[in-house]
Design a protein around this ligand. Structure first.
Ligand code: 5RP
Length: 228
């Protein structure tokens, strides 16, 4: 996605921001485009407070002078703006490509509304081409990985479930967890998979966001469209 398309989607999302809002700030390059537009508006006097979904977003927002709070200080938010790796039917999402899915989901769930910003290539008829990120605790990693493979197989899903690496070390999330990327290629029943993954001990959270987004702002070569 070009930087220009990211900015266009972010610009439209910005029109949904009102003075006094408690805003969840997503993670990833598209969410960062939004934060970079929000900064100057705050400098001009727009009074909002942001709850970041990652240390990365927190650092960027703080550098732009955006007032920040934790979710413990503000447990109910008005709106979260975030990107996605895939946007499927009924605005079911795959998220976590940037490794922030746990905080992103907690923040989105604490928000009255979630707006997803993305380019049109992220819109899919069926989820799953993008490997599904699953955040797991380090203890018992291989047992958890096998449980994921088995639960997925029971739903007819197959494919490698691999530990995400950062160079020669496992990738560590802001919460100190690991990420397994599950390449199922297609996820025809996201609700069933979400339920199955949620029941696995050691599985902290998965990147299926179902029933959380209420609007997607999608930028493409022919302009911006809204999906509800
Ligand atoms: C981070 C995410 C991101 O929103 C997702 O990976 C999309 O990122 P980008 O806007 O850079 O394509 O879920 O955990």
């Amino acid at each position: 996605m070009s930087a220009e398309l990211k900015r266009k989607a972010a610009e439209v999302a910005l029109t949904h921001v009102r003075p006094g809002m408690r805003l969840g700030l997503g993670t990833g390059s598209t969410a960062e485009a939004f934060v970079r537009l929000l900064g100057p508006r705050v400098a001009e006097g727009l009074d909002i407070v942001g709850v970041p979904t990652s240390e990365r977003t927190a650092a960027l927002a703080a550098s732009l002078g955006i007032r920040l709070a934790t979710l413990d200080e503000l447990p109910e938010l008005d709106l979260t703006i975030d990107g996605a790796d895939e946007i499927g039917p009924r605005l079911a999402l795959v998220k976590g490509g940037g490794g922030a899915l746990l905080r992103e989901k907690i923040v989105a769930a604490a928000s009255a509304r979630m707006i997803v910003i993305a380019d049109s290539a992220k819109v899919v008829a069926e989820l799953g081409a993008f490997p599904l990120p699953i955040e797991v605790v380090p203890f018992g990693l291989e047992a958890t990985r096998r449980a994921i493979v088995a639960r997925a197989a029971a739903l007819g899903l197959e494919g490698p479930v691999q530990l995400r690496m950062a160079g020669d070390r496992p990738y560590l999330t802001d919460g100190g967890h690991l990420i397994l990327d599950a390449s199922f290629r297609r996820i025809p029943q996201p609700e069933a998979l979400a339920l199955a993954l949620s029941g696995i001990p050691g599985c902290v959270e998965h990147g299926l966001f179902i029933g959380l987004a209420s609007l997607a702002v999608v930028a493409g070569p022919d302009g911006v469209s809204l999906l509800e």
